[in-house]
Design a binder for this molecule. Structure first.
Ligand code: GDP
Ligand code: MG
Length: 310
């Protein structure tokens, strides 16, 4: 199924209605350099996202200016925020996808406030939406709110690091947080299981809320089972690859080649890529958009208006 992303398969009626107009989805990726963020995005979207024209968001220009002003090689590496958009058409469904990347996050010696520019960026998108809602003509609202954030955890085997905990604690009530264990092929299957348990324990201990598929009384048994299966994989241990490798039967699949064999991206025995894609793009895309609007944005909006004394 080369070239197929899968969002157009969404069965929900609600979604069917938005098909004609198409819909927006904004995905942010965060994690230190080299963890495979760009590769995973290209794997998820079948190389339809990078490379395209990159536009640097305004906040990164300000960050760059501030870095230049503080000057010198000793200056801390700053977090940049860049955004790339792509329009993907599939089965007559139009997805306007924006991928927001945050290069530089976690790359400094001191990452104490690395989460701040990212929080500011997410909030400024809420503010932009709020400003449009308050206009008289609301027919052409542009929705650039972040619908999901993939947080890449370094596969250390030792649980979450301080930088991970700080980030998630400060962002979890502003965005749908989806933690993923990056470069899962660098751990053995047993190490992956142990690491997942540690990461989950840390997430619970710190009261961090992450996005999980949940069933309700209206779901049929198949949906309930699917949701359970996906939830059991959290935090998804993923691998990405821009390359195709040859299997023993001669077929070519996305994967990574090793002297001892290949690891296939879309093989559920090898990693959780398929479950992540299923949740993010096929079964829960609409839920992520709803949660952004009804829960996260609404909370932000209420607090903001109260603070302003309305
Ligand atoms: P980014 O800095 O987080 O965007 O990372 P990149 O996507 O640029 O990847 C950095 C390097 O890691 C590249 O050489 C990739 O080929 C490699 N890489 C990406 N994903 C994986 C993975 O899942 N496993 C392994 N072993 N390497 C990966
Ligand atoms: Mg990158």
């Amino acid at each position: 199924m080369n070239g197929y992303v899968g969002f157009s398969n969404y069965p929900n009626q609600e979604h069917r209605r938005s098909i004609k107009r198409g819909f927006n989805f904004t995905l942010m990726v965060v994690g230190e350099s080299g963890l495979g963020k760009s590769t995973l995005i290209n794997t998820l979207f079948e190389s339809k996202v990078y490379p395209t024209k990159e536009e640097i968001a305004t906040s990164s220009a300000a960050a760059a200016a501030a870095a230049a002003a503080s000057g010198g090689p000793q200056a801390a590496k700053t977090v940049e925020i860049t955004s790339v958009s792509a329009e993907i058409n599939e089965n007559n469904v139009k997805l306007r996808l924006s991928v927001v990347d945050t290069p530089g996050f976690g790359d400094s010696i001191n990452n104490d406030s690395a989460w701040k520019p990212i929080l500011e960026n997410i909030e400024s998108r809420f503010d932009a939406y709020l400003a449009q809602e308050n206009r008289v003509n609301r027919s052409k609202i542009v929705d650039n709110r972040v619908n999901a954030l993939l947080y890449f955890i370094k596969p250390t085997g030792h649980g979450l690091r301080a930088v991970d905990i700080e980030f998630m604690r400060n962002l979890h009530n502003k965005v749908n947080l989806i933690p993923v264990i990056a470069r899962a092929d660098t751990l053995t299957p047993q190490e992956v299981e142990q690491f997942k348990a540690r990461v989950l324990a840390d997430i619970n201990f710190h009261g961090i809320q992450i996005f999980r598929p949940v069933s309700d009384q209206f779901d049929d048994p198949d949906t309930i089972a699917d949701n359970k299966a996906i939830a059991s994989k959290i935090p998804f241990a993923v691998i990405g690859s821009e390359k195709f490798v040859e299997r023993a039967d001669g077929t070519r699949v996305r994967g990574r080649q090793y002297p001892w064999g290949i690891i296939e991206v879309e093989n559920e025995q090898h990693n959780d890529f398929v479950s992540l894609r299923q949740m993010l793009l096929r079964t829960h895309m609409e839920e992520l958009r709803d949660a952004t609007d009804v829960a996260l944005y609404e909370t932000y909006r209420t607090q903001k208006l109260l603070a302003l004394g309305h």
